[in-house]
Design a protein around this ligand. Sequence first.
Ligand code: KIV
Ligand code: NA
Length: 278
Amino acid sequence: KKRLTIASMQKMKQKQVPITMLTAYDYPSARLAQEAGIDMILVGDSLGNVVLGYDTTIPVTIDDIVYHTRAVARGAAETFIVSDMPFMTYGVSREATLNNAAVIMQKGGAQAVKLEGGAEIADDVSALVKAGIPVMGHIGLTPQSVHQLSGYRVQGKVEQEAKALMEDALALQQAGAFSIVLELMTEPIAAAIGEALTIPVIGIGAGRGCDGQVIVYHDLLQYASPYIEKRFVKPYVDVASTIRQAIEQYVDEVKTRQFPAEEHVFQPQSESTSSAAE
Ligand code: KIV
Ligand code: NA
């Protein structure tokens, strides 16, 4: 299998072939995503919520992203990997933005970085792209700004908000972003953005008009995710129940001395079978 390229994503948009993206945070999740044929993996800062147990993505650091990206890169060497730039690691100074993105690419092994924000970060996006770093945008509900946005609200419900989303998308494309994530917005504005842009838009809670979809690994699998009741999530399996039941059975079998059983244990060689050399 060959790693997808930005040029091939562009072609997929033109040919209206949906692009699939899934988050992954470690070796097994990355490996399974790749084996299942996912087009792109996102090492999202949702890591903070679904893996590290934080309430928001704000505490996630560059070191966290690098550490997890390395594991993902080992598990999915043939898949295009995008890693999130964490809260306040971009948009502060140009130099810091470039250095932080370089660390994620060099030490982590991602093929691209993703930044939250619209027109206000277009200069940063443009500087990264000029330095040869592919950038994915992310607009709509941007979780790093949860407090400023007053919670996880659907975006683009009113005309003025929808207009701002379109302007942000155009600014990011103009700045050289190769794709944009559209998170939690009404279906018509997401579709209109997809239509207006030449680069692919990847939706999450943004409806059917996007060029691709992205979902959080733990949401898709119902893997002890704190967010499975989100309306835009379709849980495909209940992995949490399977895991919990297996652990319960293990606990029960140890308590009742059913495990380990005869077939799991080792005995010394008997007199008759032991070799003279021993
Ligand atoms: O961190 C993440 O998982 C994301 C996706 C929801 C797009 O940014
Ligand atoms: Na994210």
